[in-house]
Write a protein that binds this ligand. Structure first.
Ligand code: PMP
Length: 415
């Protein structure tokens, strides 16, 4: 398939060249060119990320932080440089506000566990939107079991946008935290998190932003949003699996107890008493995924060199085009028509079960996702069990969207 060079508004976004950085995109499945539209689940990796990681394993590898020897210091330098890199990328005030985790899920569990230990009492309230991923629901339910907190759900309208009036009305003097996704992994809605943060702070509450689906797609600046926490996963931003980030304001992280105990996170241990390391190490028990952190740093360099604004413009245009083209298919029901929408389209077609649709599209070389997308409360909100979802990345082309549309049309005609 030819992928014509795409001209964005500000710059030439040379798709052919970009795609050549991602070897997997040359693959065929069932003897057809791969059309990979499952980027919200995970993104493919540019060669520079994998090369940097194998280079570290082959020529630097040693455990970080503990060793005085040359390799250990070099590995530590790479690890801490990656932390600085992440801090700059999301506009954190200091790299001590960057905690490396396994991914968004672990970051969310860390906050749920440690924030609730420090700040939540029985009857305190946490607000969540109905569009949250299960990983931003279930940890809070576990806290509810343990501490008797109250979870309140922020409603959305039929377009998939947060009802800001209803949001404001949910606050009471017991509201301590708002935990909200920046971008819905199903609807693509970009939530007005800066505005939501201002409202939360005006009510004396804190706000956590799940950036799993925003950080890969447009510039995110934690100081501009003024969020108290931000979470994201390396593997969704062209980095490796197994590494993720929790950003937290220093004054909050300082007052939160450790999440796990072990090596690296202590200052001094006796059987009677243990003191903990300074931030961010207090939250990083055990050997960290230092090679993964380095890979993530290289991935952030890669996207930054392309320009997050350029990536954003490219994907916004693709999303607009996909919505327009898909809506022409008879029986198409599109979920998520927010004015601010990014890189994800979710749909059903007539009475075709999304699983059947996904399976048949797969045989045509098109990889998309079907099911509840780890957002069952959102499925219930729209009265369905499952949806099909196509999600885009910086290497997605118009030709791939055309391929998706004509494949859906072909499958539709079989029923
Ligand atoms: N939040 C959102 C909005 C997501 O899309 C995802 C991944 N689908 C997660 C959290 C969980 O991320 P991970 O599986 O990388 O921990």
């Amino acid at each position: 398939m030819r992928h014509p060079t795409f001209l964005s508004l500000h710059t030439m976004f040379d798709i052919e060249k970009i795609r050549s950085d991602f070897p997997i995109l040359e693959r065929k499945v069932y003897d057809r060119p791969l059309v990979y539209l499952d980027n919200a689940a995970t993104t493919q990796k540019p060669r520079c990320v994998v090369d940097a990681m194998s280079e570290e394993y082959f020529s630097v590898n040693a455990n970080v932080h503990r060793g005085v020897h040359f390799l250990s210091q070099q590995a530590t330098d790479l690890h801490e440089a990656a932390r600085e890199r992440v801090a700059r990328f999301i506009g954190a005030a200091s790299s001590s506000e960057i905690v490396f985790t396994r991914g968004t899920t672990e970051s969310l569990n860390l906050v749920a566990s440690s924030f609730s230990e420090a700040f939540l009492r029985e009857g305190d309230e946490v607000l969540l939107t109905v569009m949250e991923h299960h990983s931003n629901i279930v940890p809070w339910q576990l806290v509810r079991e343990r501490k008797g907190i109250v979870l309140k759900v922020i409603p959305i309208n039929d377009a998939g946008e947060v009802d800001m009036e209803a949001y404001e009305k949910l606050f009471t003097p017991r509201t301590r935290l708002v935990a909200v996704t920046h971008v819905s992994n199903v609807l693509g809605t970009v939530n007005p998190v800066k505005q939501m943060a201002a409202v939360a702070h005006a009510h004396g509450a804190r706000i956590l932003v799940d950036g799993a689906q925003s950080v890969p797609h447009f510039p995110v600046n934690v100081q501009d949003i003024d969020c108290d926490f931000l979470t994201f996963s390396g593997h969704k931003v062209y980095g490796p699996t197994g590494i993720g980030v929790l950003y937290g304001k220093e004054e909050l992280l300082d007052r939160m107890p450790p999440y796990q105990g072990g090596g690296e996170m202590i200052s001094r241990v006796t059987f009677e008493h243990t003191t903990f390391e300074r931030l961010p190490f207090k939250f990083e028990a055990g050997t960290p995924d230092y090679v993964g952190a380095h890979g993530l740093g290289v991935a952030l360099d890669y996207v930054e060199q392309l320009g997050m604004e350029n990536i954003h413009l490219h994907e916004r245009e693709l999303t607009r085009y996909a919505m327009e083209q898909l809506s022409l298919i008879p029986g198409m029901r599109l979920f998520g028509t927010a004015a601010e929408k990014d890189a994800v389209v979710a749909f059903t077609v007539g009475d075709i079960h999304p699983l059947d649709l996904g399976t048949l599209l797969d045989r045509l070389g098109i990889a998309l996702r079907t099911g509840h997308h780890c957002a069952q409360p959102l499925m219930a909100r729209f009265g369905v069990e499952s949806m099909a979802r196509a999600s885009f990345a910086l290497y997605t082309t118009r030709a791939e969207i055309d391929a998706l549309v004509s494949a859906i049309d072909r499958v539709r005609k079989m029923f």
